[in-house]
Write a protein that binds this ligand. Structure first.
Ligand code: COA
Length: 377
């Protein structure tokens, strides 16, 4: 009997959401009613989180109150720092360290929104603390007077960053804050739908985000550019990858069949950073050149598949310019996406419905028990 399975669930609509609308055929992304390119380069990260959680932009008073509330939760428990210190000593991958750090947070059962506020804040602090510890330095204590993005960069680098870097980071975090029912968001919704808790849901989402087919691509995308090193090597290098049947990281998308609109937002933010003198100009020019060669070869090797640049390619360039290394990119993705994960958890809880799809059994039936002594196979 032919099976009619949808193993990637592309044809399944499993949730109604007001958080984001991904129009893959048109290359349009709407976040809480705004075109992504309208809101991401303008909003502070706190404004973006408020928008996702409340479905409207905050006025000045609401924003000040929300910013203070998030900032009040920025410190992480001492036992989490101890855990991160030991993970850094073992050279743990930063994404695994983030998973460990998040899972060490206490569950606050009585008010999910307070728990959500603490998770958004502490995700950034865990990442910053781990990056310091990995570099052999002590974590920098949070400064609740500073905004989320400013303090994140300060907790990583030790100094208050200049406004251009803060703007670039906020544009990035906002751009990736939500994106439909992607794998990690779905994972979070599945977990919270069991009436488990937000810490478990976000820890599970981090596990899903880690994979190279989801949030793990920007590191390899930049590594690829580094390996190519000179633009004239791009074509033979990429051609041999495609000949071996390998995928080019930073290209292709399950939903977008035209250019990922987030790639454009981040390309512009990246260009502003590099044009302002930050980062390695040669690398920027090389990466944009490699992108053109990759697009041409993808069309040659996978005609009609419309494999275009995705968000990860420019994520890599932007975060590299902000001084982060390839291993750090996915945890920083989580610093932004956690806002959307938590908003989706809330939506899921409002449905009051357990997520429990079906599977089609293809094994045997009515097998008879064989005693161990008679198993001659
Ligand atoms: N490089 C080379 N070939 C690619 C490709 C890539 N980046 N992405 C897809 N393809 C090819 C597939 O091999 C497949 O070829 P085939 O039909 O000859 O077998 C075809 O294009 C369709 O691929 P499919 O697996 O159906 O696409 P998908 O929708 O499942 O995949 C991704 C989406 C994101 C998993 C995929 O494009 C990918 O692996 N990209 C690289 C990783 C990445 O950048 N991830 C971040 C996503 S934001």
């Amino acid at each position: 009997m032919a099976l009619d399975l949808d193993v990637g669930l592309e044809r399944v609509v499993a949730a109604a959401t007001r958080l984001s609308d991904v129009q893959g055929e048109h290359g349009r992304l709407t976040i809480a009613g705004f075109p992504a390119e309208e809101v991401a380069p303008r909003a502070t990260f706190e404004e973006m989180v408020y928008l996702l959680w409340n479905d409207h932009l905050p006025n000045s008073e609401q924003l000040a109150e929300f910013q203070a509330r998030l900032a009040g939760y920025r410190s992480i428990p001492e036992h989490t720092v101890t855990l991160l210190r030991s993970a850094a000593e073992r050279q743990t991958n930063p994404m695994d360290a983030l998973r460990m750090g998040l899972s060490s947070l206490d569950v606050v059962a009585d008010d999910p929104w307070e728990q959500a506020a603490s998770i958004v804040s502490q995700t950034a602090t865990i990442v910053a603390a781990f990056l310091r510890l990995r570099a052999g330095e002590d974590p920098v204590s949070p400064d609740p007077e500073l905004s989320h993005a400013v303090d994140f960069l300060r907790m990583v680098g030790g100094e208050v960053p200049d406004p251009a870097r803060v703007r670039a980071l906020e544009t990035y975090l906002n751009t990736v804050s939500d994106h439909g029912l992607n794998a990690s968001t779905f994972a979070a919704r599945v977990i919270v739908a069991t009436e488990s808790d937000l810490v478990s849901a976000i820890t599970g989402a981090v596990g899903a985000l880690k994979g190279p087919l989801h949030g793990g691509a920007p590191g390899p995308a930049l590594d690829m550019v580094f390996e190519i090193a000179e633009l004239e090597r791009a074509e033979p290098y990429l051609r041999s990858k495609l000949e071996r049947g390998e995928r080019l990281m930073g290209f292709g998308h399950r939903v977008y069949k035209v250019r990922d609109p987030r790639a454009d937002i981040l390309a512009q933010a990246t260009l502003r950073l590099y044009a302002g003198g930050a980062g390695d100009q040669h690398l920027y020019e090389m990466a944009t050149g490699v992108e053109q060669v990759a697009l041409r070869l993808l069309e040659e090797y996978k005609p009609g598949r419309n494999l275009q640049t995705n968000v990860e390619y420019y994520t890599a360039l932007l975060l590299h310019c902000l001084g982060f290394s390839s291993d750090d990119f996915t945890p920083i993705f989580a610093v932004g996406r956690v806002a959307g994960w938590l908003a989706h958890c809330q939506e899921q809880l409002e449905t009051g419905r357990l997520i429990r799809p079906s599977c089609q059994y293809i094994g045997e039936h009515d097998r008879a028990w064989v005693p161990r002594s008679d198993r001659g196979w």
